[in-house]
Design a binder for this molecule. Structure first.
Ligand SMILES: Nc1ncnc2c1ncn2[C@@H]1O[C@H](COP(=O)(O)OP(=O)(O)OP(=O)(O)O)[C@@H](O)[C@H]1O
Ligand SMILES: [Mg+2]
Length: 487
């Protein structure tokens, strides 16, 4: 009668399994203290009850400081915690293009599961110095004032800084939109932005067909601070997958101010000592470790490139605050957006005096370089004259002329949002202005005349435009041909 049981008992040999199990000691605001996992490693993923995970950031002698990556409502003191033995990674691959995901690669767009080609760690080392190539290929933003005066090259890190509501996100979004058909894959990382703003940007990308070459990573406002902190690193890993295939990629961090605030929150909760502005002492390291991952690789290292556009918000245009100065020193240039210009309707509100591109000049198209040099000089002169001429009542003829020309440059460089221009179109317009074709035109008519020029150029001289796009310099015959179309 008990034969079955007896034979089963005879076959049974106990196999002891060792597993470390810890317990939550205390919990709050997205950070947990865990006791009883003595061999857990730094940056290891821990598994909490109910499929929730966290990341070890602090290793103290008798407890772990863990930042939670999921909602923590169902956890309590005493909940069980297990080790996972792995570090944090995200799904990567072309299957993510067109998707909106959270910083752990989980879909937020309701379009079904992610088809990943593999997984990459979130916090990866930057390419070594020996693998890096100089920046030589332009990344066209389609925005005249940026492409002409502060050109960006592929592999460059260009900081966008400015007060609230000065057009920072718009500038980044326009750059992304302008990559259509340029072979640059894009990752837009939203960190703690308003849901409505994110939804609007994603809708804009979808309606313009830009999702086909883009991934959107969103750390929502209500997500725990741990996710905000990880978002830019995860977004970079998504882009690095493509770079390692030898492709070109662009990543936008919108914005690193919110990222730093979340990191500050985590660090204070983990009782790390605060430094300047209560930021943790390693905030500079956190940002440089992130931005050093953007570069252009040598052909023998695959030849891909990762361009980064970090955004940082300033307060009352204070560039000397802790975060902006840190970021200025890490990046290869900055675009400063001025609320004054924005209020005057001079958009994009790029403050030409305080913006600079340290490496992009080498990457600018040859036809652009001569014109841009002229524009830079006469624009700088104009700004000086303009402030000076407010004091002087009578001006000599030459000064008056430079002022009039400068005003026309400024009017020409205005550009509505989401209306990017190709480099050859920009070159043709700048050529027209530098030849004085706008000199006799009233300022309010300039935008309209520009539109007429664009229509004519696209209709009558596609060959000129394609020659310029291929990098041909602006020689006499090309100049004459373009000017003929414009006049
Ligand atoms: N070139 C432009 N032409 C016209 N309107 C613009 C232009 N650039 C931005 N705007 C408008 O200005 C407003 C603010 O732009 P945006 O959201 O990009 O600024 P922001 O600096 O990112 O703001 P926030 O600080 O809230 O993130 C938006 O309504 C946008 O439509
Ligand atoms: Mg913004």
């Amino acid at each position: 009668m008990f034969g079955g049981l007896e034979s089963a008992l005879a076959r049974y040999a106990p196999r002891p399994e060792l597993e470390e199990v810890g317990r939550v000691h205390s919990l709050g605001n997205g950070v947990a203290r865990v006791h009883g996992l003595p061999s857990a490693a730094s940056e290891e993923v821990l598994l909490f009850e109910g499929d929730r995970c966290g990341l070890v950031l602090n290793l103290d002698p008798d407890e772990l400081g863990v930042v939670l990556l999921d909602e923590s409502q169902q956890l309590a003191a005493g909940s069980l915690v297990r080790r996972s033995g792995r570090s944090l990674d995200v799904p990567v691959g072309p299957g993510l293009l067109g998707r909106v995901v959270d910083p752990l690669g989980r879909p937020l767009d309701g379009l079904g599961p992610i088809q990943a080609s593999g997984r990459l760690e979130v916090d990866r080392p930057a390419p070594p110095i020996a693998a890096r190539a100089p920046v030589r290929v332009p990344l066209q933003t389609g925005v005249k004032i940026v492409d002409s005066l502060f050109p960006i090259g592929r592999g460059q890190r260009m900081l966008i800084m400015g007060d609230r509501q000065t057009g920072k996100s718009t500038l980044a979004l326009d750059t992304l939109l302008n990559q259509q058909g340029q072979g640059v894959l894009c990752v837009y990382c939203f960190i703690g932005q308003r849901g409505a703003a994110v939804a609007q940007a994603v809708a804009e990308l979808r309606s313009r067909g830009a999702m086909a070459y883009s991934i959107v990573v969103v750390a929502r406002g209500e997500d725990p601070p741990g996710l905000h902190y990880l978002a830019p690193y995860a977004a970079t890993s998504l882009a690095e997958y493509f770079v390692e295939q030898g492709q070109e990629a662009l990543v936008i961090y919108d914005d690193l101010t919110r990222h730093a605030r979340s990191y500050r929150e985590i660090s204070l909760l983990l009782r790390r000592p605060p430094g300047r502005e209560a930021f943790p002492g390693d905030i500079f390291y956190a940002h440089s470790r992130l931005l050093e991952r953007s570069t252009r690789l040598l052909p023998e290292w695959g030849g891909g490139s990762l361009t980064a556009l970090p955004i940082v918000e300033t307060e009352a245009q204070n560039l000397a605050a802790y975060l902006p100065t840190n970021l200025v020193s890490i990046t290869d240039g900055q675009l400063l957006l001025s609320p004054e210009l924005f209020q005057k309707g001079i958009m994009p509100a790029v403050d030409t005096g305080s913006s600079v591109s340290r490496v992009g000049g080498d990457a600018q198209l040859p036809a652009y370089r001569g014109l841009a040099g002229e524009l830079r000089l006469s624009y700088a002169q104009f700004q000086e004259l303009e402030s000076f001429s407010k004091l002087a009542s009578r001006l000599d003829e030459e000064t008056r002329q430079s002022l009039e020309r400068g005003r026309r440059w400024r009017e020409t460089l205005k550009q509505p949002e989401h209306q990017g221009l190709s480099a050859p179109e920009q070159i043709a317009i700048l050529l027209g202005v530098s030849q004085g074709l706008f000199d006799s035109l009233d300022l309010p008519l300039i935008q309209e005349r520009q539109q007429q020029w664009l229509v004519r150029l696209r209709e009558h001289s596609p060959s000129c435009l394609s020659k310029l796009a291929q990098g041909q310099p602006l020689d006499e015959s090309l100049r004459a041909e373009l000017l003929q179309v414009l006049t």
